[in-house]
Ligand binder design. Structure first.
Ligand code: GRG
Length: 344
């Protein structure tokens, strides 16, 4: 049985993106292509939650709540596109999702997040200490899977990726409340906290297929640029959601003092009227937060940020084009376009 939740999320994502002529169809095809691998992937993810009570409950609260599974799906498709079997890439694909899950558990503690994947964050039910330890549990399971995979270069790649993730998060903490971060400062954070794991997922798929070093690097480039684009869209959605979907998204980035790309671009254009509003919003004023997100300069900045994300995606697709033409390559391209064009 293929688990429904991740695909429902992705199929919804595909249906909500405007330009795909065959919205949602490619997800069905990806599901068919990976029909043997995906149940095994889910089993490995579930097994990773086994540990001393109450850690499994806290870990399952997150990992069994769905999530799009974008990173492991990318790893499996890349493995097949490189001429390998998806089966050999499954442990690495699971490890990528587990590392992602661990970062979410830790991140919700750092940012005092209350909701994740439409459910209460683990920390809201089990507290911060259990949430951190359940993240550690998943991280340990991820490293075991990488070690057990026997794939050359995978362990050192994973360790380096974890360093980059931590570096990105630290850079973000240092930048809290800074309005003068600029585009380069923002990109430095995003390369660490998000792009690094997308790049690792794609390299992992290529490594599992014993691809040549140049191809591994090209696919890492694809993952890196698409990861940047993915984070930009995540940030745009956080801002766009404030007035329209109160209760679902409440401008978390604003409240946490994060200067994201759309905000950095808006500040470049209209710092005088935006800065005072931003200060009030950061102090927890939700009306000010709604006014920030509705400001014309912010609306224009969101459009510019989406265009920026699209350019990153196109630059990433050049790396993907180093692969021989095949259906998996086309599906990878469709998947990332769908994610970047999503509106919810
Ligand atoms: C545990 C190695 C380690 C590092 C800790 C906390 C931390 C350092 C890093 C945080 C990184 C972070 C939370 C980045 C955000 C990435 C992001 C865009 C998350 C949302 O990803 P989706 O949309 O989520 O794929 P789903 O729920 O679909 O899986």
């Amino acid at each position: 049985m293929i688990p429904a939740a991740p695909f429902e999320v992705l199929q919804h994502t595909a249906k909500t993106h405007s330009s795909a002529a065959h919205a949602g169809e490619y997800m069905g095809e990806i599901q068919e292509l990976l029909y043997e691998s995906l149940p095994v992937l889910e089993r490995l993810i579930e097994q990773a939650t086994h540990g001393p009570e109450p850690l499994p409950d806290a870990a399952k609260q997150l990992v069994l709540a769905g999530g799009k599974r974008v990173r492991p799906i990318a790893a499996l498709l890349v493995a097949k596109a490189c001429g390998g079997s998806a089966a050999r890439a499954i442990p690495l694909a699971a490890a990528v999702e587990l590392i992602h899950s661990a970062t979410l558990l830790h991140d919700d503690v750092i940012d005092e997040g209350e909701e994740r994947r439409g459910r209460p964050a683990s920390r809201m039910l089990w507290g911060n200490l259990v949430s951190v330890l359940s993240g550690d549990l998943l991280l340990t399971a991820a490293l075991e899977l990488v070690q057990g995979s026997g794939v050359q270069g995978a362990m050192s790649d994973t360790l380096e990726t974890m360093r980059r993730l931590i570096g990105g998060e630290v850079a973000q903490l240092k930048a809290r409340g800074k309005d003068d971060l600029g585009i380069e400062g923002y990109l430095e954070i995003v390369r660490g906290k998000t792009a690094s794991l997308f790049a690792n997922a794609c390299r992992s798929g290529a490594r599992a297929a014993n691809a040549e070093p140049a191809l591994i690097e090209a696919l890492g480039h694809f993952g890196e640029r698409v990861g940047i684009a993915f984070q930009i869209i995540d940030d745009v959605l956080d801002l766009e959601g404030v007035p329209h979907e109160v209760g679902k998204r409440l401008g978390h980035d604003l409240a946490e003092g994060k200067t994201t790309l759309p905000l950095a671009l808006a500040l470049e254009e209209d710092s005088a009227s935006l800065r005072p509003l931003l200060i009030t919003a950061r102090a927890g004023d939700t009306i000010a937060a709604a006014r920030v997100s509705e400001a014309p300069s912010v609306r224009r900045a969101c459009v510019k940020a989406r265009a920026f994300a699209m350019r990153e995606t196109e630059a990433g697709l050049e790396g993907l084009n180093q692969l021989h033409p095949c259906r998996e390559r086309e599906l990878l391209a469709a998947l990332v376009r769908g994610l970047i064009e999503r509106r919810a």
